[in-house]
Design a protein around this ligand. Structure first.
Ligand code: SF4
Ligand code: SF4
Length: 78
């Protein structure tokens, strides 16, 4: 499970301190979420905190990471 920051990121630095797993860092051009650290905030908060605070809504679920998870198995059953 992980989220991804798209190139719509405006480098506002609001999301980085909100992450309970220190999964967010500043990349070369935009901010970046380490998929091995991101837990979608499960166990810490009811909703992903980076998504809550991002002013430009540029943090969707990573579709490739999701395919390896439980949703992909659900899709296979349908
Ligand atoms: S969803 Fe939560 S754990 Fe994942 S990057 Fe955002 S704040 Fe961090
Ligand atoms: S809150 Fe959104 S716009 Fe700001 S640095 Fe994080 S991802 Fe980029």
């Amino acid at each position: 499970m992980a989220l991804i920051i798209t190139d719509e990121c405006i480098n506002c630095d609001v999301c980085e301190p909100e992450c309970p797993n220190e999964a967010i860092s500043q990349g070369d051009t935009i901010y970046y979420i380490n998929p091995s650290k991101c837990t979608e905030c499960v166990g810490h908060y009811e909703t992903p905190q980076c998504v809550e605070v991002c002013p430009v809504d540029c943090i969707p679920l990573d579709p490739f990471i999701r395919k390896a998870g439980s949703n992909f198995k659900l899709n296979m059953k349908n």
